[in-house]
Ligand binder design. Structure first.
Ligand code: NAP
Length: 337
């Protein structure tokens, strides 16, 4: 008999998640109601945002309920269907959970995808998924870079950051990335073609501020912020007049119990600069446009995308925690089937 392994949130993490915050259980497969279909999840996206969904906070999405499977974007194949438009064998993608099988409803977030359109079906979780669309709309719509601008990308070697940097280069910008460690910095300049890379590890705010100033002597016109904390503070000290800060993420703060960053907001006044939060969900209606453009650039070899695939639901905790240790080399994906 088929069973459904599910990675449950058992208690809300206090600071950094620990294994006991979760439990992998085996349950019987649910029986479908009319209008529902069952998806065999093949891959799940592991995203920093999932850490926020584990907290009991008023956010853009409700918290993951305790004892529910951890919410995640997945791609998989319809195993059984009682819903019109979803036939057995059809590839789909949607906001489901870290589990072998998810029950979905017609008219919900889970929609058909065509693996024939992309080099690897996992690209639906990277370049053509939320990550790629965050980079595309976050950079062009929120940060409004102009050719010749100096763009600073933090969390630059990660899934979103590596794409942002490449897009900014394609747009004719001077691009500086901040990442952790020599190897990641080498990847920024060699593989993703950033103009300069700064290793933040071992640097305090003053050293970071100086390193950014050295890499951008003319100042920074755009910050694409993925990290927050002292990295954001150092970036703010280097803003040019009318600079734009696109606030995409604050990963350095997701596991911290005290807020450490954004002490230099006064620089926005001095430089008449703006800071704007961005949420990729706002661009869903325009994903087709973004994906078409990204597909063209990828086919022309102008963008490369890296995916870090770990295997097995039993390894979910370790794979998820890579996002916070920085041991992921590209978009973090869990192979489930
Ligand atoms: N607003 C939106 O709609 C939206 C959508 C998608 C993602 N995001 C945000 O975008 C950011 C990047 O997400 P991603 O999916 O591309 O993940 P990712 O960058 O592939 O992985 C996370 C990376 O963050 C870095 N990091 C972790 N803890 C850090 C710390 N304390 N200080 C500095 N760097 C740290 C690590 O790189 P190093 O090795 O370089 O430290 C790690 O590899 C996150 O903040 C995420 O929440 C926002």
């Amino acid at each position: 008999m088929l069973t459904n392994r599910r990675f449950l949130l058992r208690r809300r993490p206090q600071g950094e998640p620990v294994p006991d915050d979760f439990e992998l259980v085996s349950e019987a497969l649910p029986v479908l109601d009319e209008g529902q279909f069952l998806v065999r999840n093949h891959y799940a996206s592991l995203d920093p945002a999932m850490r926020g969904w584990m907290d009991d906070l008023d956010s853009y999405m409700p918290p993951i309920p305790l004892d529910a499977a951890v919410r995640a974007s997945t791609i998989g194949v319809v195993e059984e269907s009682r819903a019109e438009g979803f036939a057995k064998g059809q590839w789909v993608m949607g906001l489901n959970a870290l589990e072998d099988y998810s029950v979905c409803a017609a008219g919900g977030f889970t929609q058909p995808i065509d693996p024939g359109l992309v080099p690897s079906v996992t690209n639906y979780l990277s370049l053509f998924g939320a990550v790629g669309m965050t980079a595309y709309f976050g950079l062009f719509d929120v940060c409004e870079p102009k050719p010749g601008d100096t763009v600073l990308v933090t969390g630059a070697a990660g899934a979103v950051g590596s794409i942002v940097g490449q897009l900014a280069k394609l747009h004719g910008c001077h691009v500086i990335g901040i990442a952790g460690g020599e190897a990641k910095c080498a990847r920024l300049t060699q593989r993703y073609k950033f103009d300069a890379a700064i290793d933040y590890r071992g640097k305090d705010e003053a050293a970071l501020t100086a390193a950014i100033a050295a890499a951008a002597p003319g100042g920074v016109d755009v910050i694409f912020e993925n990290v927050g904390g002292i990295i954001l503070d150092a970036g703010l000290m280097n803003l040019n007049m009318h600079a734009r800060v696109g606030l995409c993420g604050l990963i350095s703060e997701y596991n911290s119990t005290e807020r450490v960053g954004a002490r230099n907001l006064w620089r926005l006044i001095v430089k008449r600069a703006s800071i704007r939060g961005l949420l990729v969900a706002d661009y869903v209606a325009r994903f087709g446009e973004g994906a078409a453009q990204m597909g063209q650039w990828a086919a022309q070899g102008k963008i490369v995308v890296d995916e870090h695939v770990d295997e097995g639901l039993e390894n979910t905790y370790a794979a998820f925690m890579r996002l916070f240790s920085g041991s992921n080399q590209g978009k973090m994906i869990l192979k489930i089937a």
